[in-house]
Design a protein around this ligand. Sequence first.
Ligand code: SF4
Length: 374
Amino acid sequence: MPAAFSTPSLGNPLIRELSSWPDLLAWPDLLAWYDRHRRALPWRATPGETADPYRVWLSEIMLQQTTVATVIPYFHRFTQRFPDINALAAAAEEDVLALWAGLGYYARARNLVAAARAVAARGGFPRDLAGLRALPGIGPYTAAAIGAIAFGAASLPVDGNVLRVLVRHFAIADPLPGARAAILARAAALARDAAFRARPGDAVQALFDLGAGVCMPGRPDCALCPLAGNCRGLAAGLAAELPRKSAKPPRPERFGAQFWLVDAADQVLLRRRPRNGLLGGMVELPGTPWRAAPYSPAEALALAPMAADWRAAGVVRHVFTHFALTLEVHAARVERITAPGFLRPLAALDAEALPSVMRKCVRAAARAAAWRAA
Ligand code: SF4
């Protein structure tokens, strides 16, 4: 039986009254709904099939901070190229980074290779949560998801979809992120329910699907929801306005310049970023450090990789999780490139591990005409 939880009321008498409702989630109703409405996803086992831990793990890593729609084509490309854990374990890190380019949060790709090698070396995935968490790139959430879906562990991972459903279902009116610890405790209690433990993988994926397709951000479709009968958020008329969030501090701004340099043989100068840190191990156009104050053109050009007839080729804006970046792109053509870095043919850039921000710089340079005529 789940532990009793107090539902923060923020003075709303209706929520106070609803807090006497049982702290249960109607797993049988949710599972029956899932059996009829489950999404077909490329990493998901079909009914009666056993989940493949490799595909579950790969999808869970890709889905961190990334939408299902974005992940699907990457997942197909990855599994075509690396159909199992041994194939991925044998891959060069650069090849994995190149295939990951555009998906963001690149530490995930480096950890993916390290984890694949560890799993291949031990002859398979660990089946328990502690063993999963010991693998590179797997935190509590991902271990809980893989554990439940691939190995039937009684663990309920709380991603954005699950969090939204729980907050609304239990009318948790305290704002995030402060309310997060209480939500995790509630999820742990719900996972002890016998109905959950009977089908943990399906129960978890049912909540994923409910959050993605019914209990959606801003517009819950409560008329279609199998949990509507016991939903406190719906009963209190609060569903659409939950979860509440504390005001975020403004995102810091950073500035920099990147240099697009092409030689007479149509080769572009590139360099690889340091292995650790932001975009670690990825490929980039040479550039200035990124800093809090904008660069004047003279300041930026003083840091260009070599002397050339540099022309302005546009401005790129990119928002990372912790800061927003504005980059001035400068472009030039020279006979021969003598600067440090490595050269790649223009026509082969798609195969490089260029992160999204650098692909924006490449597109800006491709659109600009001045440097071609120079
Ligand atoms: S009844 Fe509405 S608010 Fe409650 S869980 Fe279902 S969709 Fe979400």
